[in-house]
Design a protein. Structure first.
Length: 974
């Protein structure tokens, strides 16, 4: 049996919540849980339930409530001589587990990543206000207040750890909401100020301080504490130490950085005096590692952050700009180019952009760097490539091998040489206690000379010193003619690197060689389970061969790098090693099989559409977020050399929700168009699902014409297939499109048609979606009672199904309705609960929508400064491109039209040419130019100041519907 109080009070047995019989028995249970294991006198229970003036029937009513609880709790509720006792172990009560988890996280060694992860896991136990916001007695209320305080302080600790990892940009929306809710919480205020400052928004940080000063003075008559005041002064004078923890956002390394002191100093000076520095050199020369160390040293001078973009996984046709936007957390939108979006975000910032592995994308990188450096005067770019980008203003720094000593040099000089130091360091990692004997120094110098001082070659060779002597290793290398054919030139260093990897490959057994080749098809790493796609039923990795053991043996030999994580290990190859393995894969004739298996693995990894809105939605978004590069590779295979477009169509149909939540709508739209164009216009479920996803993507990006067209095609196919569930979902999507384009009657017609089907089908989540969207229509048409009923039904359905995102949307809609009806306290509680859910999903747009509701409440209650603080931060976030910007439509919502809504809808469709089934493959052609998309920031006309109180100008964001209409895209459900 489990007891839950971190949200709605529940008793769960065998996975089923037991009925508690109403608020009073629930409040009684809250008191008993607050004193679990102790006897609670009857008189105290009566006082807690009814206060100082209980009714005459209080004792009898208490017996009734106890009897109800006893039916649920059985022998756990024990009658004692002077009262009652609830028996529950600490592991059975979520609040006790939460307290233990927070204590453990705080007691662990100070590792920000581990601390943040542990606290995030602990905080995920909460599903709403303690006891579900239920009125409880003094004892339970005191326990609840203590738990809420612990929740808030644990959140502060988690934010502190996230800041230490350089996650300032991701925290601003969440911190803004926390500060709005807790303006006197100076630690939160300081964290928000620091996050803003590190994102290059020092003026906003200082403004935040001034606003909080006014709030504290007006509300409490006090000044900020010394710590917050000191932080304000440090930001004002541009104290560089404030930016230092930003280095934590840089990738870590399992090994020490050895040598390169002179190169690091020289390259640092070049980066300080030039805006584009390219590190050039052969594969394996250490360009990436040197770039990371340069970036680490540059952190204090880059208040806008250091942003590293690994381009190695990208194909030659991929968009460099889109990858950069993804790293920066920017969302594409209609009417602005990627270069324009990036320029707008980078222009006001002083930051460093690191483009790693530009070799195969030189033209794209050169074009992007040229445009961004012209547009953003505070931007510096550090690139790594085997050859220069070749654009004006570029300064190149050649990264050669490490300094290699002469065999005849004195012992001290040989020991101090960078190449020898690296050899000894990596050999000691493979064989603890390893050290060079004096008579081995000259041989070590010869060995490093053979390897041209290339760091990766030295690391691969050093692994062999686990079982061989230095002399044996040197003799083995000397026997390889390719290695010694030529030295000193760039071409020779490429040959050296290849020969070293080849030597490591030749020493592998057959299963190791096979897996090494096949793993080259993974882009940007892979998790341990994915290795099974490359073996198990594919010789020689069959029978008794343990594929994970083979994988770990490759890691032991430095041909893979292993990154242990909480649940599983993630592996990756150095790019130069991966390229060698890919060449071997082609030579073996296994490439098509390996790429097909890779694509099939990621095709089955993608969850089906219902799972995106189930209780595991956050986990799925996080999982696929790590695998974006592999999903792209799978789609490219199916639409390229592998040519199985039907499988690509199946994948894109399941992926649209992920692309939306991750802000990858522009990329998703391109995949939809490619997959639809590559497949026949046949009435299949996969095509209907892909058309529906493409329609939703077009709608969110503001292209309503394409959204109507593609949605209508999807509807026709689902009807032809007699798929009522698909018909209902597509009608719901068309309802949203009509609503966003301003045609509420057509929206209601589609929504009611969808609802009628869903009721027949018994689809609980579909019913919640339909109720939520019909509720928005009712609210906009001035039917608040109907809207409240629909939103409440949606909320209950989402909560029952574990759909956090849907629940947050319904709660936000209820909050908007409550605010308009003057129920400000209820609106605030609803918005805060929704804000927490969106925060747990890491969904910035939803958080901003909730913050705008809270700001509107502050404005009407006379807290103009707090409202202005929130709305300014929200508007800035929307303008930055971190959330989709809605299309602004120039016409008002139409409440009445001649003829039926369905006929009106068809007239709108007839206004443009039909698209999507024209060419020989049934391709989906792009729609005509969409309406201009721009930030929809306007005065919210139903925000009125409190009587007699001044208010600041209030701006809120919407998608272009007139004032006092529903605006937030995150409150719609599909």
């Amino acid at each position: 049996m489990q007891f839950r109080v971190l949200g709605t009070i529940e008793v769960v047995e065998d996975g089923r919540a037991m009925p508690l019989g109403g608020p009073k028995p629930s409040a009684l249970l809250a008191h008993l849980l607050a004193e679990a294991g102790n006897t609670v006198p009857r008189d105290r229970l009566v006082d807690d339930l009814w206060g100082e003036d209980p009714p005459p029937t209080a004792q009898d009513t208490l017996n009734v409530h106890l009897a109800i609880l006893r039916r649920v709790l059985g022998t756990r509720l024990r009658r004692q001589p002077n009262g009652y006792m609830l028996v529950a172990s600490p592991e059975e009560v979520d609040s006790t587990r939460f307290e233990a988890a927070v204590t453990a996280a705080r007691d662990d060694p100070p590792d920000p990543r581990a601390t943040a992860s542990a606290l995030r896991s602990a905080l995920s136990m909460w599903s709403g206000p303690v006891f579900g916001g239920l009125p409880v007695g003094r004892t339970a209320a005191a326990a609840g207040a203590r738990l809420e305080e612990l929740r808030l302080s644990a959140t502060e600790d988690r934010v502190e750890a996230d800041l230490a990892m350089g996650m300032q940009s991701e925290l601003i929306a969440e911190l803004t909401g926390l500060v709005v809710a807790n303006p006197a919480r100076e630690r939160l205020v300081g964290q928000l100020m620091l996050a803003l400052h590190r994102c290059g928004r020092s003026a906003d940080a200082l403004s935040t301080y001034q606003t909080v000063c006014l709030t504290l003075e007006n509300k409490l008559g006090v000044d900020p504490g010394e710590e917050l005041t000191a932080l304000n002064r440090a930001i004002h004078r541009g104290d560089p130490t404030l930016a230092m923890p930003g280095a934590a956002s840089l990738p870590g390394s399992a090994s020490r950085f050895v040598g390169r002191d002179a190169e690091l100093d020289q390259a640092t000076m070049l980066l300080q005096s030039n805006r584009l520095l390219t590190l050039t050199g052969p594969g394996g020369s250490g360009k990436t590692r040197l770039a990371i160390e340069l970036a680490r040293a540059a952190v204090p001078a880059q208040p806008g952050g250091v942003h590293i973009v690994d381009l190695a996984p990208l194909t030659a046709t991929a968009s460099v700009g889109r990858e950069v936007a993804s790293v920066l957390g920017l969302r594409e939108r209609q009417g602005i180019t990627l270069a324009g979006l990036l320029a707008a975000w980078l222009r006001p910032r002083r930051c460093l952009l690191v483009l790693d592995n530009c070799d195969h994308l030189l033209d794209s990188c050169a074009e992007l760097c040229t445009s961004l450096l012209l547009a953003a005067p505070g931007l510096r770019v550090l690139a790594t490539s085997r050859e220069p980008l070749g654009i004006p203003g570029e300064v190149c720094f050649a990264v050669a091998g490490l300094r290699v000593p002469h065999p005849g040099d004195p012992a001290a000089l040989i020991e101090a040489a960078d190449a020898v130091r690296l050899l000894v360091d990596r050999a000691a990692a493979a064989r603890p206690g390893f050290a060079l004997a004096r008579n081995e120094l000259a041989t070590a110098a010869i060995l490093c000379t053979m390897l041209d001082g290339l760091p990766l070659a030295i690391e691969l060779a050093a692994v062999r010193l686990r079982n061989n002597s230095v002399a044996e290793l040197a003799a083995w290398l000397a026997a390889r003619p390719n290695l010694l054919a030529e030295t000193g030139t760039v071409r020779a260093r490429h040959r050296t690197m290849r020969a070293t990897i080849e030597g490591s490959y030749d020493l592998l057994d057959e299963p190791e060689q096979a897996l090494f080749r096949r793993l080259s098809v993974f882009a940007s790493g892979f998790e341990s389970k994915a290795t099974h796609a490359m073996g198990d039923d594919w010789a020689p990795l069959t029978g008794e061969v343990d594929i994970l053991d083979v994988c770990n043996r490759l890691a032991d030999k430095s041909l893979l790098t292993a990154e242990p994580r909480e649940e599983r290990t993630r592996y990756r190859m150095f790019e130069v090693v991966r390229q060698y393995a890919a060449g071997r894969l082609v030579e073996s004739g296994e490439e098509a099989e390996a790429r097909g298996r890779h694509a099939a693995w990621y095709r089955q990894l993608i969850p089906s559409v219902p799972e995106w809105t189930g209780p595991d939605q956050a986990a799925w978004i996080e999982t696929l977020g790590r695998e974006v590069a592999n999903v792209r590779a799978a789609l490219s295979w199916y639409l390229g050399d592998g040519w199985k477009p039907a499988r690509a169509l199946e994948m894109v149909g399941q992926l649209w929700w992920f692309w939306y939540m991750r802000g990858l709508l522009g990329e998703g739209r391109l995949w939809f168009h490619r997959a639809l164009a590559a497949t026949p216009a046949e009435a299949t479920a996969d095509r209907a699902l892909a058309l529906r996803g493409a329609a939703a993507t077009a709608r969110i990006m503001g292209d309503f014409a394409e959204a109507i067209d593609l949605g209508s095609q999807s509807l026709e196919i689902f009807r032809a297939l007699d798929d009522d569930r698909g018909v209902a979902a597509t009608l719901n999507n068309l309802c949203i499109t009509a609503m966003m384009s301003g045609d509420l009657e057509a929206a209601r017609w589609h929504g009611e048609q969808s609802l009628e089907l869903i009721l027949r089908l018994g689809d609980a989540q579909g019913l919640a979606n339909s109720r939520n969207n019909l509720g928005i229509i009712a609210r906009n048409l001035g039917e608040p009672g109907r809207a409240a009923e629909l939103f409440a039904g949606a909320r209950d359905g989402y909560r029952l199904g574990g759909n956090s995102r849907g629940l947050a949307a319904a709660l936000t809609n209820l909050a908007i309705l409550a605010r308009r009806q003057g129920a400000h306290q209820s609106a605030r509680e609803l918005a805060r609960e929704a804000l927490q859910l969106y925060s747990d999903l890491d969904f910035d747009e939803g958080q901003l929508d909730c913050l705008e509701v809270l700001a509107a409440l502050d404005a009407v209650e006379g807290r103009a400064n707090r409202a202005l603080l929130t709305l300014t931060a929200s508007a800035s976030a929307r303008r930055s491109g971190r959330t989709p910007v809605r299309a602004r439509r120039g016409r008002p919502i139409r409440r009445r039209r001649s003829g039926s809504p369905r006929a009106a809808w068809r007239r709108r469709q007839a206004g443009g040419a039909r698209r999507g089934v024209g060419d020989s493959r049934g391709g989906c052609r792009c729609a005509p130019a969409a309406p201009r998309v721009e930030p929809s920031v306007h005065r919210h006309s139903d925000v009125e100041p409190a009587a007699g109180k001044p208010t600041a100008p209030v701006v809120v964001s919407g998608f272009g519907l007139p004032a006092n209409r529903s605006r937030a895209l995150s409150t719609l459900c599909v």
